[in-house]
Design a protein around this ligand. Structure first.
Ligand code: IPE
Ligand code: IPE
Ligand code: MG
Length: 238
């Protein structure tokens, strides 16, 4: 029998989905769902930190999300700014270091400033690393890595290995996710960490993100513990 996973995942990533449907099903506008989702962000972050999970990544805004009505993207951006500000004390309290990944080009100055302030304020924290993906997409990440590699002088493409390539990704230095959780019942990756998810265990739950609580996170971890990770090998060679 293949050995079950016994240890805590080093890196959990979450596609926080279902805010819109949570609000619409209550006869409210979509943005109410985004605001409500913040409570779930706080709880998941504190839970992961308490558990001792070293890295937690949250997909907050995808490059494709710009295709939504401006009223919604504006609301999401101001919510992100507000949340970074309001959650920094929680990060300090829980010894959490916060970093952001994503394309900074299309982000407003006030969003970038808030992000940078939070990164420097929490830089000395030694507990969990929280990675927030804002204007992120997996294809963007791979392309920005390729572009930087093509600019290397002298050309060093021939030296590339998966390990070296990873150091050019936005997640450089971060272990690849062991577990990816997606809420709201959708079973897709939606252009999240395409390279990094190569051997990640995927967990899908119908729970909408604003309803996602500690027991839901616990259930995802329990599912993970029961997975048999083979990485292409067979029991005898593991
Ligand atoms: C996830 O919830 C939040 C973001 C994508 C920013 P959605 O807004 O996608 O909610 P649904 O999927 O429409 O319910
Ligand atoms: C994925 O959710 C992006 C985030 C959670 C930030 P979406 O709601 O944008 O994904 P699709 O459109 O259902 O694939
Ligand atoms: Mg969605």
């Amino acid at each position: 029998m293949v050995k079950k996973v016994e240890k805590l995942p080093d890196h959990v990533c979450i596609i926080m989905d279902g805010n819109g449907r949570w609000a619409l099903s209550r006869g409210m506008e979509r943005n109410v769902g985004h605001r409500q989702g913040l409570e779930a962000v706080r709880e998941a972050t504190e839970f992961a930190a308490e558990k001792g999970i070293p890295y937690l990544s949250l997909f907050a805004f995808s490059e494709e999300n710009w295709g939504r009505p401006q009223s919604e993207t504006d609301a999401l951006m101001s919510l992100i700014v507000k949340a970074i500000h309001s959650e920094t004390p929680t990060m300090m309290k829980n010894n959490i270091r916060c970093v952001f990944i994503g394309d900074r080009e299309q982000l407003d100055k006030n969003v970038l400033e808030r992000m940078d302030t939070c990164v420097s304020q929490t830089a000395g924290n030694t507990g969990m690393t929280l990675i927030v993906a804002v204007n992120y997409s997996g294809k963007w990440d791979i392309l920005q890595a390729v572009k930087r590699i093509l600019e290397l002088n002298p050309p060093s493409g021939h030296l590339l290995s998966p390990e070296i390539f990873s150091t050019y990704l936005a997640t450089a230095g971060v272990p690849e996710p062991d577990l990816m959780i997606r809420t709201s019942g959708e079973m897709r990756i939606s252009n999240f960490m395409l390279w990094q998810l190569a051997y990640t265990e995927l967990y899908f739950t119908p729970v909408l993100w604003p309803d996602f609580r500690r027991p839901d996170f616990e259930a995802a971890l329990n599912a993970y513990y029961n997975r048999k990770r083979r990485f292409g090998k067979i029991q005898e060679s593991l």
